[in-house]
Every structure is written in structure tokens, then in C-alpha cells.
Design a protein around this ligand. Sequence first.
Ligand code: 5AD
Ligand code: SF4
Length: 559
Amino acid sequence: MSRRRVYLETFGCQMNELDSELVAGQLRTLGYSFTPEAGDADVVLYNTCSVREHAEQKVWSRLGELKEEKRRRPGLVVGVLGCLAEREGEDLIRRMPVVDVLCGPGELDKLPALLDNAVRTRESLMADEPDDDRLRSARQLALQGNTSRRSATLAAAGDSLELLDLSRSTAATGDDGPVRKSAYVRITRGCNKFCTYCVVPFTRGAEVHRPPQHIIDECKRLADAGVVEITLLGQTVNHYRFEHGAAVTVGGVVQPQKGRSYQGGHRRDPFAGESVTTFAGLLARIHEEVPHLARLRFVTSYPRDFGDDVLEVIRDHPRICRYLHVPAQSGSDRLLGLMNRGYSVGEYLEFLDRARAHLDRPEEGRPLMISGDFIVGFPTESDEDFAATVSLLEKARYKNSFIFKYSPRPGTVAIGKFEDDVPEAVKRRRNNELLAAQAAISSAIGAEQVGRRFEVMVEGLSVREQKRRRGPSCDTQGGVTLTVGGRVPSACGGGVSHAEEDAVESRESTPQMSARTDSDMIVLFDLPAGESPDAWVGRLVPVRITSATALSLHATLDR
Ligand code: 5AD
Ligand code: SF4
């Protein structure tokens, strides 16, 4: 039989993008190939996001669309992976009987076997006269349910999800594109913060930290394969901490470690050194041990617990990017309390001051840029609370912000405790006001860059150029979705941000390229005549900024 074709669509955050990439790598080794068209596929997989209801609705509607397709092609296998699968469990199948495979984000190491089983079983059933009961019994499920927070050490069972991360070959090439120049590497999974609005601690489970050597080896392999930039991933990436004395090996594999309550103190981890690899220590080791990696970045930082040790390592290691994504969520201390964020506005601003004092060096071409997340319309948010949020956004001077309307999520503390009492129209108005405040700041920051020189990493054709080449009708990659092989330029989950949409008019003759400074500013420039865009991807080139529109900077090559 010919290679089975998979259509894999990813919704949501960078963590999901990485999960999809790793799952795709495993499926390739089992002989599956990938197609960008669901209509051509033998297997359709959706890797889902549950952070806001809107993200879930997209998946429900995709599944709804598959009903008819499956009636026509009963051999089609449909899988739902990720946070929605975990959160809904078997209810999802009851609501959407088209689904054959469910796999939570904590169980993705099992997906290849589950899927292979489902495909083979369905094929053999289809060869007979299949009836609904037999097809239903072929369903495959892997959900962690509430077992993920049991107190036993992970090591007791062996953390098989670590094997998924370890399975990465180099993952530097896709099925369908040129060699990738940017890659994600996970350093922690899960989250222990339990912000009251958030499903992540329930869907992704407890925080665990990968062994540092696994992370460094992965970075080395990727850099050897031509990756220029690595982004380390964690929900609270700066909590990374691995105690070597407590390391456990199962089946020859050093196991990830459960995150303890953060012991590093506000400023510095007193145990850092030989016996404990802290986040600062990990950054320094990657920088030193992977010298051929041009750029090292990380997301997402938790505003508390960010020690001076980390800031010093960034300052002293030139290939670590000057970019921090540090969500504040609200500028009202009262709401931060209700959200269980664990810091005050004053503490948050103190952190930004400290970070800028260490790292903001615009005169050297290395400004520190900060981006944030905000939730508007959290229960009980008053005009006064919202005014405090606008004021924080202005004081913080973010490069860009991801702004979300509060969305009550099943299973969270907030949905049980607080009524969703801010009317939709008010949420929308506040959302727009905050966006407008951010746009003004983004424009001012952009204008400050004019005349400056930067080294930028070329990422590819600008969005505008891509649209121009594809024609107006097939814009499939904006916002929250991508298929394997694609890239999404923004942070988690489709918040409204300023990207390069306001690019200058593209020209017929010289393709417009998109690049980034190490502080994550998007820079657009025209290729010299006769150059091939592909040959420029991944290059680090000097540019001079000539003009700015919101956060798209326009530049000329500076040689
Ligand atoms: N409603 C709205 N926004 C949310 N986020 C997380 N949970 C919710 C929710 N229930 C936002 C936060 C977070 C980002 C990834 O998504 O701002 O930082
Ligand atoms: Fe969710 Fe808070 Fe954890 Fe971020 S820190 S993933 S918002 S619980």
C-alpha cells in the first residue's frame, strides 16, 4: 500500500507547534507522509488549543466540516490531539463521533502507536463489511486525566514523554520546504502557577524540567544541522531548575524533574552551581557549549522569580537575544490578586526597570524589547481597574502586546468562583482601547529606531510578498493555525498584535524580505536584484532603518 498521507493542523501556542513537529517526525519514521490538503489525506489530525473558547470553536467547526467528508470516505481516520482532547475527554467523541483518536498533550509519545493502530484496524475493518459498533470499538484514546498531578515522582513510572523530545532527529527539514533556520526546544513542560483563569495547569499537567544535558545535546544537533536560532520553551521558562543530586535514571534515560516550589529567591538562586542547573546556568551552558548557534531566545517569562543572575548572563553572552516576553495580564493590583498572579504592579515595574538597567543598550544596536499579554474584562474589572491597565501598558512601553478578552474556561478556579460579569461590548471596547494605546507606543518605539543599524536574521519572504505571490485567495496562515511545515510569526494563540501587516507596498522586481533584530523587531528590506530569496534565509545581515510604521521597520542593507 502507498504511504498514508496525514494532514496535521496546529492551533495555538509555540508549545503546540513543537509538539506537532515532534509527532510529525515520529509519524514519518513510521512511513507516513504529509499533505497540505485535508481533502487528500488518509488521516486528519488537529493539534488543539483550549486557552480561550474561540480557539476551541475553530476546532469544533473543523470537525463539523469533516462529517460529510467521512460519510464519503469512511476509511478516513480523524484524531484530536492537545489541550481540547485532554479537557473534553470522551465527551468530545460523544459530541463528534467522527473522531477516532484522542490524545492529550501529556501523552503524545503514545500517539504514533495509537494512530498506527487506529489506521490499521480501520483498514482491516473496511475490507469487511464494517458496522458502526465495530468501527467505534477501534477508537484509540490516551489522556492523562487527573493522574498527572499524583504525588509520586515521575521517575517511578519513567517519563515517557521525554522520549518524544529525545526522538527529534534534527527536525531541521520539513516535508515541503527548505531547511529550517529557527527551531523550538522545550526546557520545561506544564505549569504549577494556577492563575485562576487558565486551563494550562489542567491540560498540560504539573511543571517538569528536562535534564540540562538533553537540552544542550538537542541544541547542538539542531545547530549542526544548520539551525541559526533556537527558542527555548516553557510556560514559565525562567523557573527552570534541575537538581543533579536528585536526578533519577530509568532505562538509561535521565528523567525530567518535577518543579519544586521556586526556591531561588527573588533575585538569585543560592544553590546555583555544580549541583543545581538554574535557568541562568542553562543559558550560559548553551551559549558556551553550542558556539555555532547564532541566536538563543526564550519564552515565556514569569514576571516574578526572575533573578539578576539571568539578566547578567544575558548581558554577558552576546548571542542571547535582548527580548523578553513577560505577560502582566492586568495593571490593577486587585485583579492581579483575583487572578492569583503572585505579584503587584509595583513589583512588575521594578522587574522591568531592573531588566532595562541590565540590558537596554540602544546605542550599541541592542535595545531591550519587551512584549506583554493582557486580559481585559476579567470578572469585576471596573473602569478604574482598566485605567490602571492602560497606565501600566504605557509605563511598561512594550514593543507589542497580545490582548485577550477574558474567556471563562471550564475547570478553572475563576469560572467556579467569579461570574463573567463584564458585558461583551465592554470587553470589546476595552480591547480596542488597549490596542490603540499599544499602537501609539509601538509607533513611537518604531520611530526611535530610524537611522539605527542592526544585525538582523533573515526569516523569509515578507507576509505581503508571500500573499502577492500566492494571489489574494489563499491566505491560510494568519492567526492561529498552521499546517506542518509552515510558520506563524507571533506568540501564543492568536491575540491581536502588530506584526508586519502594515508592510510597505511590495515591488514587482525585488522581493521584499522579512527579518528580525535580536530584540524581535520585524524589519523589511528589498533583496538586491538577481538574488534568490531562499539563499538569504537564515543569514545575519547588517541593515540601517530608513522608516517605521507601527512595528514594521523598513531598512536598507548596510554594507
Ligand atoms: N481568557 C482570556 N485570555 C486568557 N489567557 C489565558 N487564559 C485566558 C482566558 N481564560 C491569555 C493570557 C496568557 C495567554 C497565553 O492567553 O494572557 O498569557
Ligand atoms: Fe496559565 Fe498562569 Fe501557568 Fe501562564 S503562568 S500557563 S497564565 S497558569
